[in-house]
Design a protein around this ligand. Sequence first.
Ligand code: PEP
Ligand code: CO
Length: 447
Amino acid sequence: MTSTWDPGTWRAFPAAQQPRWQDAGELEQVEKELGTLPPLVFAGEARELRERLAAVSRGEAFLLQAGDCAESFDSFRADPIRDKLRVILQMAVVLTYSSGVPAVKVGRIAGQFAKPRSNPTETIDGVELPSFLGHMVNDLPFSAPDRRPDPARLLRVYHQSSSTLNLLRAFTKGGFADLTRVQAWNQEFVASSPEGQRYANLAAEIDRALRFMVAAGISSKHPEIHEAEFFTSHEALILQYEEALTRRDSLTGDWYDCSAHLLWIGERTRQLNGAHLEFLRGVKNPLGCKIGPSTTPEEAVGICDALDPDREPGRLVLISRMGADKVAERLPPLLRAVRDSGHPVVWACDPMHGNTFTSETGHKTRHFDAILAEVAAYFDAHRSVGTWPGGIHVELTGDDVTECLGGGDNVDHADLGKRYETMCDPRLNARQSLDLAFRTAELLQQS
Ligand code: PEP
Ligand code: CO
């Protein structure tokens, strides 16, 4: 890696998982236009998230990163955004209470439009077309015009992200996120859940804690009760988009990728000599990097050295996505190596991407039990090494979909076809998400 950096130095490095844009001139035009548009987030906000994550790295907070696998141009309406935020806020209350520390809330939202794929092309009946790479690049239907990478989509991503952020800012500051209201939704869930009794005690304890705070004079007039702090994130996959939104902060002179507060690198683009690491090492935002079961301790430390050379708390989140059956063996050596290297990273568990399989009905799915098992094994691994199991990273929606199996409502194989709406990977529905939060809370209380 070169020591000089500017937002375009990544172009001299091999970039995995990039679309084959067909018209260089068209792409350049779009990059130019994006470069003139206002930032979506501000450097000061990214610094604030960094402070929150520094607290996570010290074991003084818990990270909840959650949202769609891929956002869609087609289902862009206020209600699904509101419902997604609502379930994340509900989960955060449960996790805050059970961990005894603040939950740092980060959405996979307002920019999560590009997907890495296992194969660059897809072949059906002898016809080969580019794979669907998310609405930032092309469209899902299997036809040549739909699958053609279209640079104009980058602009549409920007504008949809901008409206989404506007709505999120309004919801989180305008009373929707009031803690007493969020707790009332949780009580509703507990009362109507087949497994409700299991969580009734915890929900009642949270109720009592809230009543105590009100009695002690901390009421809805306090921003801590009435408002929520919410950050955005997405996978920084399409580097032309990220470069065009990278700006120099006028206060500090540092570069920030102003497309989101946190950007992460996926399991398929984390090559040490690759363009994605080269680009992200130069921006000051907090960063994430996914690490799968093939990651060696040397690679994990190499990623830390590249992205966090100054060993700054809150700079880097390592998101482990091993698969439930591999965590116990693969994670502890990584935890030890990173700890011994002195990088104060935040650890997070993505229990989704290592547990995907194709059901008998042909749907890509995940079982709630495997997701929970990965979280449990992740907590065990941290307990055995003596590190803080910083947080969880999940794919979910506030809608009543049937994409993942199991959970309190016991979605089974026959149900999968009923409401299978994801653009890419299967998401937990609202009830499964809350189930996971309460189960994670139980695990946190044991640890
Ligand atoms: C994702 O988070 O949607 C994803 C593709 O994950 P990973 O890079 O871990 O495979
Ligand atoms: Co996914």
